[in-house]
Design a protein around this ligand. Structure first.
Ligand code: TTP
Ligand code: MG
Length: 205
């Protein structure tokens, strides 16, 4: 792991906090994430973004929103790798803001690391799905919902009826995926739809 001394020395500023952007798919989480990081960039803050390398939907090293906004990021396959990059970047000059997209795909060790960063003056801006396709809490986001200073829960528009959607339906061969389908399956409109509570169908066990 990482020692307290290796984390940013911004603790004197007491700016450290966690901002969580969550909700279902197609809610614009990544769009909002990019907007928040850019805003800090304009203010000449030092911003470094990470994404799990498993999400290569658009590109290996760009975080992309549905509307086409992109942001350079480090793709990482483990928390250890993220910490290594963090240490190197922080040694060049102290990082003010860390962004992490799709935190539900990271190992659970990411949560104590995010806490450590925030405790030491770093602003951590995180996105992640609150629920998986079964509508069960997704790992890491379940904990961050409790720990974050700010939580923005975005809704999508139900692909069936146009109501506000806060669930994600996984569709396989035109039908809702079964309960025993794997939790992780990277995809887009090919395999997912945003649904409201009325149109969402609980996967069959
Ligand atoms: P998101 O970034 O949450 O989806 P999005 O890009 O549509 O939403 P937004 O505009 O709000 O950023 O990406 C979710 C990823 O998670 C996507 O690759 C599908 C995957 N996924 C799973 O692996 N398991 C699941 O149960 C669900 C619901 C999604
Ligand atoms: Mg996204």
């Amino acid at each position: 792991m990482i020692r307290e001394q290796e984390v940013n020395s911004n603790s004197v500023n007491k700016l450290g906090r966690i901002e969580l952007i969550t909700g279902c798919m197609f809610a614009g989480k990544t769009e909002e994430f990019i907007r928040r990081l850019r805003r800090n960039d304009y203010a000449k803050k030092r911003v470094v973004a990470f994404k799990p390398s498993i999400d290569n939907r658009y590109s290996e090293d760009l975080i992309a929103s549905h509307s086409g906004a992109v942001l350079k990021s480090y793709p990482v396959s483990s928390v250890e790798q993220l910490i290594e990059i963090y240490k190197k970047e922080n040694a060049i000059s102290p990082i003010d803001i860390i962004g992490i997209d799709e935190v539900q795909f990271m190992d659970k060790k990411i949560v104590p690391f995010i806490e450590l960063l925030a405790n030491n003056g770093v602003i951590v801006i995180v996105t992640g799905l609150d629920k998986d396709f079964r509508s069960e809490p997704f790992q890491n986001v379940d904990k961050l919902l409790v720990l974050a200073e700010f939580v923005d829960k975005l809704t999508a528009i139900c692909h069936k009826c146009g109501n506000f959607a806060n669930r994600t339906q996984r569709i396989i061969n035109g039908e809702p995926a079964n309960w025993d389908s794997p939790i992780v399956l990277v995809g887009e409109t090919d395999s997912y739809e945003a649904r409201c509570r009325n149109c969402y169908k609980l996967p069959k066990k």
